[in-house]
Design a binder for this molecule. Sequence first.
Ligand code: ARG
Length: 329
Amino acid sequence: MAQLWGGRFTKETDKLVYNFNASISFDQKFYEQDIRGSKAHVAMLARQGILTAEEKDQIEAGLDGILADVKSGKLEITSEYEDIHSFVEANLIDRIGDAGKKLHTGRSRNDQVALDMKLYVRDEIDETDELVKKLLEALQKIMEENVHTYMPGFTHLQKAQPVTLAHHVGAYFEMFVRDRSRLADIRKRMNTCPLGAGALAGTTYPLDREYTAQLLGFDGPTRNSMDSVSDRDYVIELLAAFSTIMMHMSRFCEEIIMWNSNEYRFVEIDDAYSTGSSIMPQKKNPDIAELVRGKTGRVYGALTSILTTMKGIPLAYNKDMQEDKELTF
Ligand code: ARG
């Protein structure tokens, strides 16, 4: 497969090198964001007179077709392309011919991938926020039903003062409220559009960065082009916020595990949410709570990993940054 950047090369890429370098196996996850970003870019290029209205319509229809076909399963994303950007561009050229080659005008994969990642992270923040909101609703219901359910309050795992279950669960309610506000903070801080930064220092095309930013729901364009293509702070912040959410869930699960034990007998986990033992039929295990507690480690691992990846990277884009994808996904 000829690469996007193959022009000056006289030798085929070594197969091992190709596979090691390729990101399509995972970055195909944001094909929708990639196409959304491209459509905004093309709308802007046409508005600036860099593309004709006809070219814009052709490209848009082509991109919509690719999106629909990937969604329906008619078009498969295969490993013959290096990354999702190459896949979309090659398919577009297949569909509409030469006009497709103009899609990437005034753009580099560096600002493109920075955009895709921001769009993906923003969507992920919104989805996670919705889930945490549902969790809060569930906790609120437990609180409302248990205003008069008395239980021991503990310090040092020793019975200290009487409290109610509503009071106890309310502590978790507060934690998850803070988690939602952390997500909102990140969303606000990251919500600037990197398109137009090009590879690192912009382009000579007269792009309208305000317009693309507006089309994509950003508060405005990013200010520094080198930062635009090499900033992954928002990924770190996301994984830090996710780590905190998981830490809260893990604490909650730890209590469920203890409360469900023979020694406490505070709760009994519903059959639908517990598992049994093949050798000890008397047992009912809190596997699900344990797994939530266990999976917390992975999220911490992702945070540590991205922090470590980023700490030695000089400006601007470096391929190390491709590692942000799998950690985030
Ligand atoms: N797959 C790459 C990534 O995720 C896209 C950017 C490629 N840019 C480059 N200069 N090689 O980071």
